[in-house]
Design a protein around this ligand. Structure first.
Ligand code: HSE
Length: 448
């Protein structure tokens, strides 16, 4: 069989998974591609450290990724290091040398995708990236090849397994630092977990999906991105009493007046489809006139699911499939993030003394923000009592302006936390009317 020679950049959790999987499934890979797949070189940070490779794998270990990218004997480079600047150079060098490239690196493609995809086209090479979004879910394939013609009106995603797992643990009362340490220990978090927590890992993934949905790239500054760093178990406990579930939701929405793109912690109804996505699972929900609603769900993080997706791209490239289609530039009207009205949850920590609630209500009133309900539990620590507030529908930008009026004022012990509510108002459990004959049960559709 004709050999197809691979050079790997990176031999961490995913890199080891790729080498092992190719080894274990080599017969099947040969059958599916008609070629003999061979890992011939691996670039690592410390080439002097002994590496356990599968029996029979004679890959040379090097400390120089560029040497692999320029090696004429190598057909395809697999980039699994992460980061932006150095991988950009490696991918450029590999494409310029006429090699196919497979990467799981969403940050480099979200930042320099246009340049790299154009280079791939100029050199008639493939640049494949299925593993960069939602690991085991073949969402790139679905968006590129699997859907009927016609516009997608909305994409909702849970695109970061680490934050989804952490939010689930907070719901069970686990402190944030412990939940993060657990996600890192289990190999779900990025090497730099600030990307997971800040929402930017999901932001990079949303930018890649947006490019496929709209057929043109969007600048990263078109995205409004908020993280989960300030969420606490008390927020989750409050939400549970209202039948809400907190998810970091990535959203692309196409309206007649323009496109909106955001990633933010969002309250959704606890019986909605995305509320059932737990742990490191990811989901992508698509809405279009042609097919209605389509939900894809699967493991979104972890060594093996990501390695499986990388190997799927390697097989595609070995079969000669997957050339990058051109994406002609289009003028897009990007809407100001947070300009559409929605109910919001706000959590304050304030001093327990007369006039505090009046000051908060006054600041909101000055911007025309109407309060739907307020709850203050009996204080344990009177210097920082939590106050949970729900607003009537208001644009996030207006609410933020109102909250900024509170500024540093001696009554709040920290900045307020606000979270958008994408769940329809429902009666509280104590006042809920039990389902009688004729009442409907089941999943709540995503609200408009
Ligand atoms: N750190 C990412 C996540 C996995 O938690 O989803 C790779 O994209």
């Amino acid at each position: 069989m004709d050999p197809y020679r691979l050079g790997l950049l990176g031999h961490g959790t995913v890199g080891r998974g790729v080498v092992d999987l190719l080894h274990r499934t080599s017969e099947e890979c040969g059958r599916r591609t008609g070629r003999h797949l061979e890992v011939t070189a691996i670039a690592v940070g410390d080439p002097t450290r002994p590496r356990a490779l599968p029996e029979g794998c004679a890959a040379r270990i090097t400390g120089d990724p560029l040497e692999i990218c320029r090696d004429p004997a190598i057909d395809l480079v697999v980039e699994l290091v992460g980061g932006i600047d150095a991988p950009r150079e490696w991918i450029r060098a590999a494409l310029e040398a006429g090699k196919d490239v497979v990467t799981a690196n969403k940050a480099v493609l979200a930042t320099h995708g246009e340049e790299l995809f154009e280079l791939a086209r100029d050199h008639d090479c493939r640049l494949l990236f299925e593993a960069s979004v939602a690991a085991a879910i073949p969402v790139i394939q679905v968006l590129q090849h699997g859907l009927p013609a016609g516009p997608i009106d909305r994409l909702l995603g849970i695109l970061n397994g680490t934050s989804n797992r952490i939010l689930g643990r907070l719901e069970g009362g686990m402190p944030f630092t412990e939940a993060l340490a657990e996600a890192q220990r289990d190999g779900f978090a990025e090497a730099d977990p600030t990307l997971d927590l800040s929402g930017w890992d999901a932001g990079h993934k949303l930018a890649l999906l947006t490019r496929l949905v709209l057929g043109t790239s969007v600048p990263l500054d078109a995205l409004k991105v908020e993280g989960i760093e300030r969420i606490e178990p008390i927020d989750l406990a409050f939400g549970a009493r209202h039948h809400w579930c907190l998810k970091s939701i990535a959203e692309l929405r196409r309206r007649p007046e323009g496109i909106s793109l955001r990633v933010a912690p969002t309250w959704i109804a606890d019986n909605s489809e995305l509320a059932a996505v737990h742990d490191e699972y990811n989901a992508v929900l698509l809405e279009a006139e042609t097919f209605g609603t389509l939900v894809l769900q699967g493991k979104g993080a972890g060594g093996l699911p990501t390695a499986g997706s990388v190997v799927a791209d390697i097989l595609r490239a070995a079969r000669g499939e997957g050339r990058t289609p051109a994406t002609p530039r289009q003028e897009l009207r990007i809407l100001e993030p947070g300009s559409s009205p929605s109910r919001h949850y706000v959590r304050f920590r304030a001093k327990d003394r007369p006039g505090v609630l009046a000051r908060i209500a006054g600041a909101l009133a000055e911007e025309g923000v109407s309060i739907a309900s307020v709850e203050q539990p009996e204080p344990v620590d009177p210097s920082a009592v939590p106050v949970h507030l729900i607003t009537h529908p208001v644009p996030t930008t207006v609410l933020d302006a109102a909250l900024s009026r509170l500024g540093p004022n001696g009554i709040l012990s920290e900045d307020p936390l606000r979270i958008r509510i994408d769940a329809l108002p429902s009666p509280l459990p104590s006042t809920r009317v039990d389902e009688g004959p004729g009442a409907t049960k089941g999943a709540t559709p995503c609200p408009a």
